[in-house]
Unconditional design. Structure first.
Length: 164
């Protein structure tokens, strides 16, 4: 499991990890599906860290589903490289919320990929979209400007909190 690291900006959750050999595709770099998996893991870990665990979702009979992903791959990632995933919530609408992701390689201070996922909040009993509760909104600080994150990132050096 990746390491949790210091964050460059309030509201931004980070996870550091090393690209495993198993993530490499026939092109010799991390497969696109791995980025999706890392994004899902980061979103889940961020939610857990803010008190919205899988158990809490089960208790409230709610969940999140993905409506869309938009990923821009800027540079390849290779086996053995140390990366940091940064993820944050970009805002709230009545029943949906965009989550942003950046994949950062500290050794050359480059963003490898950026992504936006639109999540829809659901009532698991009905399977229909539901209003995002105030308790959820209060648990997450919104970071609406990706460029603010990138500026903070340029001056930041991740420091692991723990190794899982």
């Amino acid at each position: 499991m990746p390491e949790a690291t210091d964050t460059p900006l309030r509201g931004v959750f980070t996870r550091s990890f090393t690209v495993p050999e198993a993530a490499i595709d026939l092109n010799g770099h991390a497969n696109n599906l791995e980025y999706l998996r890392w994004m899902q893991e980061g979103a889940t870990a961020h939610s857990d860290a803010q008190g919205w665990t899988l158990a809490r979702y089960a208790e409230t009979r709610t969940t999140w589903v993905i409506r869309t992903h938009d990923i821009e791959y800027l540079r390849p990632a290779y086996a053995g490289e140390a990366l940091t995933l940064l993820t944050w919530i970009g805002g709230f609408e009545a029943q949906q919320s965009p989550r942003h992701h950046l994949f950062w390689r500290a050794r050359d201070r480059k963003v490898l990929a950026r992504a936006r996922t639109l999540w829809v909040f659901l009532d698991t009993g009905t399977g229909r979209p539901a209003a995002i509760p105030e308790a959820f909104r209060a648990a997450f600080e919104v970071v609406p400007d990706e460029q603010e994150v990138v500026r903070a990132l340029r001056a930041w050096s991740p420091t692991p909190h723990f190794t899982a």
